[in-house]
Design a protein around this ligand. Structure first.
Ligand code: GLC
Length: 485
């Protein structure tokens, strides 16, 4: 392992064209911005896509793809675009009986008309849940960063939050605080056996509830509403319960695994708390032992009765760290795990979306033989450059909030990040800012990858900003920090 580290650092030598690459990336980014009702409202998902195929929606404004776009625009002080994006998305929040409160996956203006997709037009007619959860998070970050408290307090925003909370915090057939969703409900939007309570959705729910609380508190100081107070109480309680639930059932380390493997099974009754989901030790995969080594830890992908999903999902884990769902020592255990498994997770093109891929009969059964999600491709173990900045931001935020902690580890993490940044810098312009990369090392441009993909471009610009322009700006992603008003 150590020899490969040296090889990698030699390979990812700083590039003397940095200034030129950044300049080009900024130009590409400007070209992705499009308007709605005469004002810039967000970025298309990709600049280049074959117009003849069914992937036309790459020309639309996706809520999830615009998360890094909006963060970047805020760093540049271009708040008007962010406000327009938030306002248009809010206008499009569904009022239909069956989908009341849902935000669209994507939207676009076509011949003067606003067209939105809630899943009724998408391939496979899938429902996005993450878009709805990202909206309050972005709105809260926007209000904090811009100081536009009036927007946060406005009746439109508060009503939007109320609709969303009604949709999420309601009784269900399931007595747990998680949000139960179908397969394909987030960034992974093709069948990947990620139905139930996938990590990314649950972490976003946690952050969304926190953000809703922050936004509702802006009003509480001025209104004396019993309803608002009740909604605040419920949201706070739910956030707390959800966090406890996720830390208990999703967080694993070598130590917790040793306990889990020796737990009793078939536990009936309220006082039997060792194995609530009746997980048999045989379902624990072999690769987990080396993956965790002694001091690593991560959150597993999903918990379902008898069938936990032990796959590692980069985005859910990065967000769990960034949004403070994980405690500071847990965050460092996650960083150690990524460092230990860097040949898998970073390899030639940081960062792999999920590990390990499904192969053979499992791939046939669980993806419905989806050729786009072939092993080591796309969502099934592919490498997505757009994911790196989320992980990078979680390291840099950790460092800002815990400046004294494990300086040695944090130094190694910064070196790792820098090397990843250089590897993007050296490869992405040549590979036309591709959407994703294939193969166990992520060297090859994805078989069906779009080029000039917006979140690849803007993710690179964000990583550059947080690493080399102003690391303190990462504090804007700290949801805990209050308004100071
Ligand atoms: C693909 C991705 C999805 C992304 C969309 C637009 O469908 O799976 O996560 O939002 O492309 O880029």
């Amino acid at each position: 392992m150590p020899t490969r580290f040296t090889e990698q650092s030699q390979r990812f030598r700083p590039n003397s064209n940095e200034g030129q690459v950044l300049q080009k990336a900024r130009e590409h980014f400007e070209a992705t911005l499009i308007g709605v009702q005469g004002e810039l409202a967000g970025s298309v998902a990709a600049m280049e896509h074959r117009r003849s195929d069914d992937a036309l929606n790459y020309g639309e404004i996706f809520l999830r793809d615009n998360v890094p776009v909006m963060i970047y625009l805020m760093l540049e002080g271009r708040f008007a675009i962010v406000k327009q994006f938030l306002s248009v998305s809010l206008e499009l929040q569904s009022t239909n009986v069956q989908t009341r409160g849902v935000f669209p996956t994507s939207f676009v203006e076509e011949e003067g008309e606003l067209v939105a997709d809630y899943g009724q037009r998408s391939i496979g007619r899938i429902t996005s849940v993450d878009a709805s959860l990202w909206w309050p998070i972005l709105c809260w970050i926007y209000v904090k960063r811009s100081g536009d408290v009036d927007f946060g307090r406005s009746p439109e925003v508060q009503r939007g939050l109320q609709l969303l909370l009604d949709l999420v915090l309601h009784p269900s057939f399931e007595g747990t605080p998680v949000l139960f969703v179908p397969d394909c409900a987030f960034m992974i939007d093709r069948p990947m056996d990620v139905w139930g309570a996938p990590l990314e959705v649950e972490v976003l729910l946690f952050a969304a509830l926190r953000s809703c609380v922050g936004l509702m508190e802006l009003c509480q100081r001025h209104e004396n509403s019993v309803l608002l107070a009740e909604r605040l109480r419920l949201s706070r309680q739910w956030t707390h319960d959800l966090r406890q639930f996720l830390l208990k059932h999703y967080w694993v380390t070598s130590k917790t695994m040793q306990v889990l493997r020796r737990r009793p099974t078939e536990q009936y009754g309220e006082n039997q708390h060792h194995n609530e989901f009746n997980v048999q030790p045989q379902v624990i995969p072999d690769w987990l032992q080396d993956w965790l080594e002694n001091r690593g830890g991560y959150m597993i992908g999903n918990m379902r009765t008898g069938r936990p999903d032990f796959r590692f999902y980069s985005l859910g884990n990065s967000l769990a760290s960034l949004f403070g769902l994980l405690t500071a020592p847990q965050q460092r255990a996650l960083f150690r795990l990524v460092l230990h498994n860097r040949d898998h997770l970073m390899a030639q093109m940081p960062m792999r979306i999920c590990h390990p891929p499904m192969e053979g009969v499992e791939w046939e059964n669980k993806t419905g033989s989806d050729p786009k999600n072939w092993p080591w491709s796309y969502h099934n173990g592919g490498h997505w450059p757009s994911l790196l900045w989320f992980f990078g931001a979680s390291i840099l935020l950790h460092e800002r909030l815990n400046p004294q902690a494990d300086v040695l580890l944090m130094g190694q993490m910064k070196t790792l990040l820098d090397e990843c940044y250089w590897s993007h810098l050296n490869q992405l312009p040549r590979q036309q800012w591709a959407e994703y990369f294939d193969g166990p090392t992520g060297t090859w441009v994805g078989q069906q990858s779009r080029t000039y993909q917006t979140w690849t471009i803007v993710g690179f610009l964000l990583m550059h900003h947080f690493l080399h322009v102003n690391p303190d700006d990462v504090l804007m992603l700290n949801l805990d920090e209050s308004m100071g008003h």
